[in-house]
Design a protein around this ligand. Sequence first.
Ligand code: NAD
Length: 401
Amino acid sequence: MPSVDFEKLKRCIKIPEAAERILVKREKEISFNLTIMLDENTVIEGDCYVVYHNTARGPAKGGIRFSPMVTLEETRDLAERMVWKTALAGIPFGGGKSGIRLDPTKITRFQKTAVLKEFVHMIQWELRSGAYVPAPDMGTTPFDMAVIYGETHMPESITGKPPRVGGLPGRREATGHGVAFVSIMGLQEILRQVPERTTVAVQGFGNVGSYTALFLQEYGCKVQAVSDVSGGLYNEKGLDIADLFEYTRLNGSIAGYDKAESITNEELLLLDVDVLCPCALENVIHEGNAADIKARMIVEGANGPTTAGADAVLNENGVVVIPDILANSGGVVASYVEWRKAKSGSITEASETYHTIDDRIGLAFSQMREYNQKFKIDNRTAAQAIAVEELICSMRDRGWM
Ligand code: NAD
């Protein structure tokens, strides 16, 4: 099901029939099974998908997800969200996504490298032509991007590489930087509240969640709770996020950290905090728990953490939602800076990465608020309306309609 409700959008913007017909469909899909014999007794096997939803504005941009939960449906959904995200951010990319249905925690680093090399082999044209521009997503890391770069020698196309291998300083922190930045904009411009008086809970302490928590703490917020797959931690006085970074570096997870109370992931979502940042999984805020959410603002670090049914409940209850296509766009904006840097051969500092993220997100936030007030629509619908209008113009420019 598309993440955009076109009927709802048509109440505020004009969508030509031809545009809708193109935008509800996926442009290209590749499915394959990856089987590698590592030695006489070990065979690794997993389904893989590459989806381009729309490339009117540029190459299909989208991360590689490496997880046992990957499905074609999920890959399609994430590719579509990427189309709206790149259009809203105003960067010259379309939207795509790929997925490898394997559990990265059940294989060794060397086995994962072998899987990635075979993955590249299977989609050589997509990567070598620059038509697909991947980045890390759940289960993939800068190291994995370095492996893929080594197989393709396409520095501009493979984004999210480590800085020493042509990657971008600040790329690793980029998505969390953007989530924190837009949270502060939401606090100041919607909730009219200063960070120093703001409490926060962050679900997920992976790439997005950990840096979101760190930067929000640096802005002055009190981060009272975080979680990962092992469960959650709560400290009313605020957690020391830098200390948790060090703890997870040594222990691989937040499990066993003793300077906080243990809570469940479900309890974290229902905490009485000002800002809730779901930064782990899809569909964690659903019709079964939306009415019990006490946070005043939800900033979607993860892709699709709120179901459509939950969205309606949150709107009804006056909870401000900063949608994923805006909130977590820092990563894709940084990928754009990395792509641009590789094409020009220039040297880019982390400050330039952050500046570009703040600039793009700041502009999109203001446009979203403008539509929100002009058409009396929720933030998600407003952000989608801007993206769809952008796409319509781009498709006209390309002569697609
Ligand atoms: P990650 O693999 O680095 O971290 C995922 C985190 O979620 C980990 O802390 C993990 O323990 C936790 N988790 C897994 N299962 C869980 C469960 N059942 N309950 C609670 N926590 C659970 O992934 P990431 O890159 O941080 O991505 C997280 C989300 O952000 C995904 O939706 C991804 O698509 C989205 N996203 C990521 C980026 C990026 O640059 N990495 C950019 C935009 C959006």
